[in-house]
Design a protein around this ligand. Structure first.
Ligand SMILES: [Zn+2]
Length: 246
């Protein structure tokens, strides 16, 4: 059941600062970890990686400017209903416990899985920063709403970006980088809700703490990602300088 008013002892999500309690990573570095999980990531030219990340973030942020604002839960549900989107709360995803929510394009339905809401609520409570349930639901809804907007208004993010060419013998096929859709959806959610951290950071912290990682291990892990991303960015910058001089 959705309560209409935030509980008085809880915070709004946009006032939570993760950096006070946890090691953090920039939205760009976090987007890199997402891109790296794409099936076709190995075929992206290293100097092109920052381009895909920047563009996906830009697409998400621009969609937030065009379609969203910091709605409360009731307002957001009303916007969704007007756009013909249904919302269902389910006890679990049939196949994958890590799926927090999903948008089903065929039926224009957003499904939110309760264990994800519980896990986030518990995480913030353990940080001594309990967050109102409505905002946690909104966090899930904004992400999935972006996927609805991709299908109905602004077009799919992966289709707006260059396809990757994959050569197999004499054949060349073209593939889209689907993970850019996730990067854009997170950027959309962050911008719409006015969060000072990417929802991808929360995802990472939830995942790593569930695996039993300590803060020190998480910090070291994040440092490695930062270094790797710095290398990629400098490769890309060098490439640009070479391009300009040729
Ligand atoms: Zn998504």
């Amino acid at each position: 059941m959705i309560q209409s008013k935030p509980e008085s002892n809880t915070k709004r999500l946009k006032t939570v600062s993760l950096e006070k309690a946890w090691p953090v990573l920039s939205p760009f570095c976090l987007a890199y970890t997402e891109l790296e999980r794409d099936e076709w990531y190995p075929f992206i030219q290293p100097e092109q990686i920052p381009f895909y990340i920047d563009q996906a973030i830009r697409i998400g942020q621009e969609a937030a400017c065009s379609y969203a604002k910091d709605f409360n839960l009731q307002e957001l549900i009303n916007v969704l209903l007007k756009q013909g989107v249904g919302v269902r709360f389910l006890n679990q995803h049939a196949l994958d416990e890590w799926v927090r929510a999903q948008y089903l394009a065929k039926t224009s339905t957003i499904e939110i899985y309760r264990p994800s809401l519980d896990q986030m609520e518990q995480f913030f409570r353990m940080m001594n920063q309990p967050v109102c349930t409505e905002d946690i639901i909104c966090l899930h809804l904004y992400h999935e709403w972006f996927h609805h907007l991709e299908e109905t208004k602004c077009g799919r993010t992966d289709l707006a970006l260059p396809k990757i060419k994959i050569k197999k013998g004499l054949l060349t096929t073209k593939k889209t980088i689907r993970r850019t859709r996730e990067i854009a959806a997170h950027a959309f959610t962050q911008a719409a809700m006015g969060l000072n951290w990417s929802p991808l950071l929360l995802d990472q912290l939830l995942f790593l703490t569930k695996q039993g990682w300590t803060k020190i291990q998480i910090r070291e892990h994040f440092q490695k990602i930062k270094k790797l991303v710095q290398t990629i960015q400098s490769t890309s910058a060098e490439e640009e300088i070479q391009d300009e001089s040729t």
